[in-house]
Design a protein around this ligand. Sequence first.
Ligand code: UDP
Length: 379
Amino acid sequence: MEKVEYLVVGCGLSGAIIAERIASIEKQKVLVIDKRDHIGGNVYDYKQYGITVHKYGPHVFHTNNKEVWDYLSKFTEWYYFMYRVKAFIDGKEVNIPFNLDSLYKVFPNTLAQKLEEKLLNNFKFNSKIPILELKNSSDNDLQFLAEYIYEKVFLGYTVKQWGVKPEDIDSLVSARVPIYISKDDRYFTDKYQAIPKNGYTKMIENILNNPLIEVRLKTDFKDVKNKIDYDIMYFTGSIDELFDYKHGKLPYRSLNIEFKKYDKEFMQSGPQINYPENYDYTRSVEYKYYLDEKSDKTILSYEYPCEYKDGKNERYYPIPNEDNQKLYKKYLKELLKLNNARRTGNPRWIYVLGRLGDYKYYNMDEVVEKALMLAKEKL
Ligand code: UDP
């Protein structure tokens, strides 16, 4: 049996960061394993025809957290990038998040003006209103507008993405893309927004670039768990796997992402177009916009959401609802029991983290923040 002090399972953003923290703070050896044949987890990117492509779909980094920003800045230079997204609605490209300008794109001028006034009279300028909140409005005109945005922007997209209507999933999901009571046309409003200049994979490579860190790819935890003895494990996979699914499987949404290369310089007007209506895919992303890369070809991805099936596809999104949270908590209890057993002779200690480990719909900056927090607490 191989013996290590620190084992990290999963070499995505959280796994790489916790390994770096262990190596830098504890000055101890760390073994990182990942079942895939590449580092980076779902932020992995690669270059093709001079274009940096995100294998697991679009990742645009944004944060208001200076500590997170400063930490990652040690490992990458940035290409500053304010993300702008359009949705294809009734044959027109409309700004998403829906904002005051979007009104004029979809309604005749006089109606748009009236709705703009109504919005400004009822909500603070520059505020952001989740669609499900706007739908509760008592004003008839605002109700009409809410119904329009709900139908045109959220309903079709959400049914495709999650298999359920916006009101049947945690309200925080549709609140990620609120209606802007302003003319701000940026997808995110965070202070720091950028993409690693040399790609996410290079950034992760730099994070892992420490002689105390060993990375073993194509190494599945379930195949090696009885062959590697560890004192402390940081597990970034899905927690149900740790306990052989004894309480049932935690559900996830997955994506079937189709990549297409075109022998044309550009295919769309900007980096991301959402398709709430008509198409089977939710969005198309043209990657050369991300780092302003020049090529006479272009590469786009099209996302077809689907159910996650063990061994068939990848986990992308935890599905936030009450039942799943209950199931997740059952597993957390198991983990607590396991760790408590340490006091009665079990020398091992296990922490879970990351989007899968915490079963939370984290953005990348939250993943970094949580990993840094855990490192501060435990190391
Ligand atoms: N959403 C939508 N229409 C859009 C954009 C987003 O209905 O044009 C909803 C949908 O439910 C989606 C959620 O808002 O899953 C969050 O969108 P976001 O762009 O944050 O998704 P991610 O990039 O994490 O897949």
